[in-house]
Design a protein around this ligand. Structure first.
Ligand code: BG6
Length: 492
């Protein structure tokens, strides 16, 4: 079998093996790796769950999930047969020592393989799993643990969980996942900035007016109400995905592309984020919850209906005006927004440059606007640079905004791998460049926590926004107050 990239033989152990994440993301990602011949012959996948299931029943669940969730109908019967042979299911109750001993015994049959323990469970269970593995002697030098986000509910619980896990695993064995870092376009953001010489000289407050980061979703909370209602958009999306994107836009060039150099630079940004606390929370943040509405002419339910909860103060939309207090970014706001049940699904980073210093064209009108760089993370991945051009024709000078367009699908013409494909194999290789380090994660919580605290104290009810809009009108006002407006997905 040919292996495109070197991966040592491994056992991949999934806690939460019957859960949504395992079935929707992890198993399809592993099957894609099988399809691309990236898995060595000696690789097995051990799924753990609380339900009693036969091997065949579990394989059927995974098969159905892969057929449903693998993009572009890429499911292949032939590859599935090979993949199914790697799969094995164990019932495991986290409180049962005996179950951990059985798992350890199974793993010991291939003791020389790398072991990846993937915790696709709520973070409140992480410590117990770590302890169970430790007591059963299941952790060896070649073991790693992958922790799903959100890790903790606030700074205190994140620190506690980190400390508990540190009793059983060394920091270089701990992989705190943020799947946004595994997205091809997010990795390309670093290549765009540090693999091209033309951007760095203009990447600062002298040339950039402001930055926008939007992660807009059309989905609601669907079956995830139980988790989501305790979490909300700030913990679910901002503390991790949006803050990580901000770091990649704002960080200084690292000396090398390695785990410490990259994460050291991100940490400096996290520490430079201006705290938003007290009165500043109301001024610089907006939160909302989706009400009934319609997306593409299809009626959508409210958050309360979707989650089956009668009353809730949980936000499904957040907009924040953030500032990075350092030499490079002084005076450049970073506007962040994310929400569920919005009009359109798109994630993008928009860099708005400053206007030309002196206007020489008579009556330039609307055609003359500052340059704008749009980094589209999904869908229609690509990069657009909006420039001012002359409209061809005699008599006068008419100007127009025109895009310089790089579409990844046109250039690369191949399937863009899912973020989890990359990240799972990186965890096997022991490469944590695209994972969060403990100090990074805690710094992100430190920034988010005062906002959470202020919201909890506030008596004000959440603002509703109809499904199919771009969130509460206060979000438009947040940026309009500074004389700016949100870039709206489809527009140039
Ligand atoms: C997850 C959140 O981390 O990211 C979900 O828990 C969200 O609520 C998802 O829907 C979005 O990821 P993607 O890759 O679909 O943009």
């Amino acid at each position: 079998m040919s292996i495109a990239l070197g991966v040592d033989p491994f056992n991949f152990v999934v806690f939460g093996g019957t859960g949504d994440l395992a079935i929707r993301k992890l198993m399809p990602a592993l099957l894609f790796s099988e399809c691309d011949d990236r898995l060595p012959d000696e690789a097995s996948i051990i799924a753990l769950g609380r339900t009693e299931l036969s091997q065949q029943e579990y394989a059927d669940i995974v098969r159905a999930g892969c057929k449903k969730y693998m993009a572009d109908n890429l499911f292949s019967e032939e590859k599935w047969e090979a993949f199914a042979k790697r799969l094995c299911y164990f019932k495991l109750d986290i409180d049962e020592k005996q179950d951990f001993l059985k798992l350890a015994e199974h793993l010991d049959k291939t003791a020389d393989r790398v072991r990846v323990f993937y915790l696709a469970t709520h973070s409140s269970l992480f410590a117990a799993v770590g302890e169970g593995l430790h007591d059963a002697n299941a952790i060896h030098d070649q073991s790693r643990i992958v922790l799903e986000k959100p890790l903790g509910m606030d700074l205190k619980s994140a620190k506690e969980t980190n400390s508990q896990i540190a009793r059983f695993f060394k920091e270089d064995q701990i992989f705190r996942i943020d799947h946004y870092l595994g997205k091809e376009t997010v990795q390309n953001l670093m290549v765009l900035r540090f693999g091209n010489s033309i951007f760095e000289p203009v990447w600062h407050h002298g040339m950039i007016d402001h930055v926008q980061i939007t992660v807009a979703e059309t989905v609601g909370v669907e079956g995830r109400g139980g988790y989501y209602d305790k979490s909300g958009a700030l913990r679910d999306m901002v503390q991790n995905h949006l803050v990580q994107l901000l770091c990649l836009v704002a960080m200084e060039p690292p000396a090398q592309f390695d785990q410490d150099a990259v994460r050291d630079e991100k940490l400096k940004i996290l520490k430079s984020l201006r705290p938003i606390m007290g009165d500043h929370v109301e001024k610089n943040t907006v939160r909302g919850q989706y009400a009934e509405g319609a997306i593409d002419r299809t009626a959508t339910h409210s958050y309360l209906e979707d989650s089956g909860i009668e009353e809730s103060n949980t936000e499904t939309f957040v907009a924040i005006k953030a500032e990075v207090d350092n030499w490079r970014w002084t005076g450049v706001p970073f506007y962040l927004r994310t929400g569920k049940r919005l009009r359109q699904r798109f994630s993008e980073i928009v860099i708005d440059f400053k206007p030309v210093p002196h206007q020489i064209f008579p009556s330039p009108g609307q055609g003359m606007k500052p340059n704008r760089l749009i980094i589209r993370l999904q869908p229609d991945e690509g990069i657009k640079l909006i420039m001012t051009s002359k409209v061809p024709g005699p008599g006068g000078l008419r100007l127009q905004q025109t895009p310089l367009n790089l579409s990844y699908s046109d250039v690369f013409r191949k399937r863009a791998p899912d973020a989890y494909e990359r990240l799972i194999l990186d965890s096997v290789r022991g490469n944590s460049t695209l994972f969060m380090r403990r100090d990074e994660l805690e710094a992100a919580w430190s920034w988010v926590e005062p906002i959470l605290e202020e919201w909890e104290k506030s008596e004000e009810a959440l603002v509703d926004y109809p499904g199919g809009t771009m969130g509460p009108t206060a979000s438009t006002a947040l940026i309009a107050r500074d004389g700016r407006s949100w870039h709206d997905g489809g527009e140039t």
